[in-house]
Ligand binder design. Structure first.
Ligand SMILES: Cc1ncc(COP(=O)(O)O)c(C=O)c1O
Length: 284
């Protein structure tokens, strides 16, 4: 299939249920027609032709019933991770989910108890604060250090906080939103070693990892070493890169079987049945 990508046509999304467009109009009813809201991280770019084509083809033949992730779906996700990020993931590690934010909440509930401390490097994507505080965990704040026009991790502070007995988990945002840092392998290694030293589990939100600026390389946290893989939950999704957030398709990768089991137990406890939707699987 020969494809060309359209990055210039802007499609306004008023009255289509797009929160950011409708909210902009509510705030300023006279907003100029060429203003595009940037308040939420989805885009006005047209869908990739490959996705439209495949969805159309499948819609001609499919029944849209309850659908699980197939083996070939999981193989495709693994193949993507290997080709794009050099990480050999295994299909059985994949937990299809309907959103990264829900996966963060589920992880905090699965791996910590009320009153436990959870580390955040702030400022960070705001639902991460909620995933700690709304469910009775204690936010342990390790603010990023601003240097010139970039940000660094305060490793001394991170180590001191991780050393607290109450601290059990870190929600890592990698690449980091906001501030746009793609953490280097060295930085992630330092974070991971601190966490191993102090028995802090790493939940790494890597939703932005496939859409980064040239010259930067994303390192999947779990790819750094087997020990890191066994001490981490990796959250990925095609939603940002391919502008398909409305399809609510996320892949949580959990290499450690004990952690996988705890994740499942939490889903059973909360009565959650987080399947992705059938169109999301196809698009992904
Ligand atoms: C770092 C980060 N994680 C998660 C999300 C949202 O993920 P989802 O829509 O899958 O819950 C966003 C959206 O902006 C984000 O920036």
């Amino acid at each position: 299939m020969s494809v060309s990508y359209d990055f210039t046509t802007v499609t306004p999304r008023y009255n289509m249920g797009s929160g950011k467009w409708d909210e902009m109009k509510t705030i300023n009813p006279n907003v100029a027609p060429d203003v595009i809201p940037f308040s939420v991280a989805d885009m006005e770019f047209q869908m990739a032709p490959e996705i439209i084509h495949t969805l159309q083809q499948e819609l001609n033949t499919r029944i849209l019933g309850y659908t699980n992730a197939t083996e070939s779906y999981k193989q495709s996700v693994c193949s993507w991770m290997e080709r794009r990020h050099g990480w050999k993931a295994r299909p059985e590690w994949i937990e299809p989910f309907h959103g990264v934010v829900d996966a963060l909440f589920t992880s905090v509930k699965a791996y910590t108890q009320p009153g436990d401390g959870v580390l955040l490097m702030t400022p960070v994507y705001y639902p991460m604060y909620s995933a700690i505080q709304r469910i009775g965990r204690v936010l342990e704040d390790c603010p990023l250090i601003r240097t010139g026009d970039t940000y660094k991790i305060d490793f001394d502070k991170l180590e001191a906080l991780a050393a607290k007995d109450s601290v059990k988990l870190i929600l890592l945002c990698s690449p980091h939103n906001p501030c746009g840092r793609v953490w280097t392998r060295e930085e992630l290694t330092q974070v991971g070693e601190i966490c191993l030293r102090h028995h802090v589990l790493v939940v790494s939100d890597e939703i932005h990892s496939d859409i980064i600026m040239p010259g930067h390389t994303h390192t999947v946290f779990a790819s750094i070493s087997e020990e890191f893989a066994q001490n981490s939950i990796i959250c990925t999704a095609p939603s940002k890169t391919f502008n398909i957030a409305g399809l609510q398709t996320t892949n949580v990768l959990i290499p450690n079987p004990v952690l996988r089991d705890q994740f499942h137990q939490e889903l059973r406890r909360s009565g959650s049945n987080p399947k992705c939707n059938v169109l999301g699987y196809i698009a992904c």
